[in-house]
Ligand binder design. Structure first.
Ligand SMILES: Nc1ncnc2c1ncn2[C@@H]1O[C@H](COP(=O)(O)OP(=O)(O)O)[C@@H](O)[C@H]1O
Ligand SMILES: [Mg+2]
Length: 266
């Protein structure tokens, strides 16, 4: 068994059968509770996402959607419950091991999609510079070009983030999130604040990335139309819980008052 800083990689938290085949969950959130002070934000959340699946997480502002993503990335820790990535509980993992796991997770934050002092191509090169130190300069340039082509942003490679539109910034953010070939992608409101055409373009890009890379995708959104377009499954959050989880049709058929209200106002 290999070790990183004397911590065995095969920890007891690893569950049998939880990885290594296509049907296992890449992300499993099990009965997670999270409060800030006296404010309960997540109240026993359960979710799982497999590779090749896109889960849309919906809900009003302030329901804990961003907190949920931050927990999955390991930027916050649950008060109770578990977050399993490829079957491994990330609680209490050594920093090096968490770093290894996080390298395989691409994410796009709700705000500050890009480093504003770096050009578009420097932004995309950033994860490669930091996590693939062995990569030659010319290989890196090739990879950056490939990533920018994937999101249709080659022409803007030398621009600064402030000189491109919000939709373009999100595209570049997606290219950067894909740089290390993640098997998990987490996007926090990728279409918020965009006009309908730009939103539609981001949705198309999410669909294309999913088809080509078969990742476990979680997209947080409050846009039901976007969720319907991109997701294989939708989860609606309210008051720290998953109110309903299923297809768009399942939501439409639901008789739960909150679901009906949410659909009516979306
Ligand atoms: N680090 C934090 N400290 C204190 N409160 C927080 C923190 N992060 C989030 N919250 C609170 O948790 C609630 C859920 O936040 P968030 O997950 O950002 O909601 P949203 O569903 O809009 O993404 C909000 O009331 C927010 O103020
Ligand atoms: Mg949020």
């Amino acid at each position: 068994m290999s070790t990183i800083n004397q911590i065995p990689i095969q920890t007891a938290a690893k569950r049998p059968g939880a990885e290594g085949n296509g049907s296992a969950a890449a992300i499993a959130v099990e009965n997670v509770h999270k409060s800030f002070g006296s404010q309960k934000v997540l109240n026993g959340i359960n979710l799982d996402v497999k590779r090749g699946e896109t889960l849309a997480v919906l809900g009003r502002s302030g329901t804990g959607k961003s907190v949920l993503l931050r927990l999955i990335i390991g930027l916050e820790t649950p008060d109770s419950g578990s977050i399993l990535i490829h079957g491994q509980d990330i609680a209490g993992l050594a920093i090096d091991r968490m770093g290894e796991i996080r390298k395989k997770m691409g994410f796009l934050f709700q705000h500050a999609a890009l480093y504003d002092s770096l050009t578009v191509e420097e932004n995309v090169a950033f994860p490669l510079l930091h996590h693939k130190k062995e990569m030659s300069k010319s290989d890196r340039a090739v990879r950056v070009k490939e990533l920018l082509a994937e999101v249709g942003m080659e022409a803007a490679r030398a621009k600064m983030p402030s000189d491109i539109s919000g939709g373009m910034q999100k595209r570049v953010g997606l290219a950067r999130a894909m740089a290390l070939e993640p098997d998990i992608l987490l996007l926090d409101e990728p279409t918020a604040g965009l006009d309908p055409i730009s939103s539609g373009e981001i949705d198309d890009l999410v669909l294309k990335l999913q088809q080509e890379h078969q990742v476990a995708f979680i997209v947080v959104t409050h846009d039901l139309h976007s969720a319907k377009a991109i997701a294989s499954r939708l989860a609606l959050l309210d008051k720290g819980n998953v109110v309903i989880q299923g297809s768009f049709e399942d939501l439409q058929k639901s008789e739960i008052e909150f679901v009906r209200e949410f659909l009516k106002h979306s």
